[in-house]
Each structure stands twice: as structure tokens, then as C-alpha cells.
Design a protein around this ligand. Structure first.
Ligand SMILES: [Zn+2]
Length: 423
């Protein structure tokens, strides 16, 4: 199986099964109801784990929760910890309702502060970091390969924050001294403060897997500075860190960047409530994971139509059409889910489709709705009318069933008809 890596800018072959394949996917900063954009790396990670397990790998997914961050302090002055705790629960509920199961580990930054302080102390001792005014900064000039992931020259990099106490503009904070208005802080050798964002992920990934693991994932907007800096910190301690870096394309809304400030964002909760989780998952599957994907009325309606097409396959008898190897070819080639969807649309074999749907959390498509008892009784009376050649009564009953939104179809197997909800 091959996956594209941002680090090498090429497709990388995975080791043969059983691996292990250890995956760390960056999760959300928790301060509001999560944006549908956060569902993409979550779903890709969960689908990839399911597919790797199907292919015989020992696959593990860790997905972190960033619950210490400037955005949280800004969103809830004086009550940031309470907001982060609530928003963590919302995120867990919303992602659970996607119906894909949950990652193997969901570490929170607040639970990792002790390990983070220990990691920073090692960087300071090794000469890769320095203390200044209660902050600690990583010194990018100590890393000759800095820029290896985003392939930028240091002089062209946008400094993350301006500060007169840094030795160089691109140096980034590992530890930030507590500022007025910040209502949470932790003790450290440099005084009270809290970790920087990048060091949180280096430490949570290494706490979960040790210093070397196979895949690091996240949105394309995390390549720089977040992942560049994670890599620099870990390599500075002589750790190899992640081998393959998967960056998913971002979601757009009618071609525009989706963001709360533009007022065009959609939440995971909103999409599930309005369209249903199956439509959301089919739309996420319709885009190649590296490319941008547009969420709008039109693409959501297309996914709803796809859902109906799949349901119709289960309203008809199963036919031996489809080969599992077709799905393997699509997914083993850089996890090409749009190709996998096309393959599944060509299949008519119910068992094969059920097996594929199970990978993507879509088993429910195969469960046909059961008709209400009174309609089942009408269908039974229609069968009796047909048996006695009373076609006028049989047609009348068919129309009565249709008026209730159902269709009665004659089929070979017992009891000779099937009730199907009309879309
Ligand atoms: Zn991260």
C-alpha cells in the first residue's frame, strides 16, 4: 500500500503487514462546536485505520485534543478551562455521531504538561532552546535542516509572533509565561506558564508511541509552522519521529475558505442534524484526501442522491457483480476514496457491498426501513387480491400504499412482494 508524504513529496510504500502502523492525527483546538473541516482528518484517520486492519495490519490511531491555547483564553476570559472541558465533550459527541467508532487514544494537552516540561528541559540542556523572560524558545538556528517539511528558506518564513526577547524572529515558543487575564497555568523551572502548541503534539505523539511512528496526519494548514516545528523539536533530541506526513486538503464553502470569521462555516453537528451522517460521510469520501473539497447545497444534494442510489441496490435482489480486489486497487493506491466509491457503485453483490460499507461506517445503508404494520397488512391483502385475479382491488391497494409513500414491488422470493419507501 502506498501513501503520499509531504516530507518526501512522493508516494511512500508501507511496510508489509502486520506493521505495526502507528498514526497520530492532530485534533481540534476546543473552544466552540467543531467545524465540519475538523471532521475530515478525523474521518480519514478512522477510515484508514479500518482499511489497514482489513489488510492485516496492526493499526493504531491517536488523535489529540488541544485544550490549552490562546484561542481558548480569548473565547472565555476567566473561564477557559470550563469552556475547553465543554467543547471537548461536544467534539467527542459530534465525532461519535459520525458512526465511525473512536480513535485508540484521545490525549489532552492538559494531561501531558509534566511530560512537556521534561521534554523542554532536555531541549534547553542540549542547547536547542533558551529561556527569556519566563518564556522558553526553540532556537531554529541550531537545526540546519529547519524548513525540511514546508520546504521554505528560513529568511522567507513568517514569524509566528513578534517578540523583542527572541534571539531570532523565527524562533518559536515552547513555554509561555503566564500573562494577565490567563486563568490557567502550570509550574515549571522557568516559572508559571503553559506550553506552546507545537510542543504539545511532539510530546503527546511520543508519549503514545515512543519517538518513532509511521504516520503523522492533519490538515494542510498545519504543515507550517505546526508540523515543521514538531519535527524540529523531536529531531533535535535525536528522535526520528514520523516517517510519512499526510496532509489533507481543506474544506471550502462554494469555493471560499470556510471560517467562523467569514460567517460561512458549518459545524459537524449542523451537517449531521440537517443532512444525516451518511450524506456527510459520502461527501467526505467523494474527495481525494489531499485535494480541497467543497461543501455546499449542490455537493450535499449529490451525496444524498448517491445514498439513494446505494439504497436502491438493496431494494433489488443481490447479483454476483463486483470483485473485492477492485476496492483494494483503489484504496491501496494512496487511499483513493473517490475511486473506491465508483467501484462500490458498480457493484450489485449485497454481501460485498456490506463488507465495504463496514470499512466506511456506512453499514446502515444496507438496512432497509421496515414498513409500518398497517402498510404490511395492505400489501398482504393486495397479494390475496392478485391470487384471486381481482386486479381492480389489487391496483386500488397498490395506490393506497403509494399514497402513504411506499411502493410495493413484486419479487420472486417469499412472500412474493417487498415494500420499499419511495424517495
Ligand atoms: Zn498537532
Amino acid at each position: 500500500m502506498k501513501l503520499y508524504s509531504t516530507l518526501s513529496r512522493q508516494l511512500e510504500e508501507l511496510p508489509p503487514p502486520p506493521g505495526p502502523i502507528r498514526m497520530y492525527f492532530c485534533g481540534p483546538t476546543v473552544y466552540q462546536r467543531a467545524h465540519i473541516g475538523n471532521a475530515r482528518p478525523f474521518a480519514i484517520g478512522m477510515w484508514l485505520r479500518a482499511w489497514l486492519r482489513e489488510r492485516g495490519y496492526d493499526a493504531t490511531l491517536v488523535h489529540n485534543i488541544t485544550d490549552i491555547n490562546d484561542k481558548i483564553y480569548d473565547a472565555a476570559p476567566g473561564a477557559s478551562a470550563e469552556l475547553a472541558a465543554h467543547a471537548t465533550q461536544w467534539y467527542l459527541e459530534d465525532t461519535r455521531d459520525l458512526g465511525l467508532g473512536m480513535p485508540d487514544g484521545l490525549p489532552k494537552a492538559t494531561d501531558a504538561v509534566g511530560s512537556i516540561v521534561a521534554f523542554i528541559e532536555k531541549l534547553v540542556a542540549a542547547g536547542n532552546a533558551y529561556e527569556a523572560g519566563g518564556d522558553v524558545y526553540f532556537s531554529v538556528s541550531t537545526d540546519p535542516g529547519y524548513g525540511r517539511l514546508s520546504r521554505q528558506k528560513i529568511e522567507n518564513m513568517e514569524p509566528e509572533e513578534e517578540s523583542s526577547i527572541k534571539h531570532a524572529p523565527q524562533d518559536f515558543a515552547l513555554w509561555k509565561a503566564t500573562k494577565p487575564g490567563e486563568d490557567t497555568s502550570w509550574g515549571s523551572p522557568w516559572g508559571p506558564g503553559r506550553p506552546g502548541w507545537h510542543i504539545e503534539c511532539s510530546v503527546m505523539a511520543e508519549d503514545a508511541f515512543g519517538p518513532v511512528f509511521e504516520i503523522h496526519g492533519g490538515g494542510l494548514d498545519l504543515v507550517f509552522p505546526h508540523h515543521e516545528n514538531e519535527l524540529a523539536q523531536s529531531l533535535a533530541l535525536g528522535h526520528d519521529f514520523a516517517r510519512i506526513w499526510m496532509h489533507n486538503g481543506l474544506l471550502t464553502r462554494s469555493g471560499e475558505k470556510m471560517s467562523k470569521s467569514l460567517g460561512n462555516d458549518m459545524t459537524i453537528r449542523g451537517v449531521i442534524d440537517e443532512w444525516g451522517r451518511e450524506v456527510a460521510l459520502l461527501l467526505l469520501l467523494s474527495g481525494q484526501w489531499r485535494k480541497p473539497l467543497d461543501f455546499n447545497q449542490g455537493t450535499l444534494e449529490q451525496s444524498r442522491a448517491q445514498l439513494e442510489t446505494f439504497r436502491n441496490v438493496f431494494r433489488s435482489p443481490s447479483e454476483p457483480v463486483g470483485e473485492w480486489t477492485e476496492l483494494e486497487a483503489a484504496l491501496d493506491d494512496d487511499f483513493n476514496t473517490p475511486e473506491a466509491l465508483a467501484v462500490m457503485h458498480s457493484w450489485r453483490d449485497h454481501d460485498l457491498l456490506r463488507r465495504a460499507f463496514a470499512i466506511f461506517g456506512l453499514e446502515s445503508i444496507a438496512e432497509l426501513e421496515k414498513a409500518p404494520a398497517e402498510l404490511a397488512a395492505l400489501a398482504e391483502r393486495r397479494r390475496e387480491a392478485r391470487d384471486t385475479m381481482d386486479f381492480a382491488e389489487s391496483d386500488r391497494l397498490r395506490d393506497e400504499i403509494a399514497a402513504a409513500g411506499w411502493e410495493v414491488r413484486d419479487v420472486a422470493e417469499s412472500p412474493g412482494y417487498r415494500l420499499v419507501r419511495r424517495s
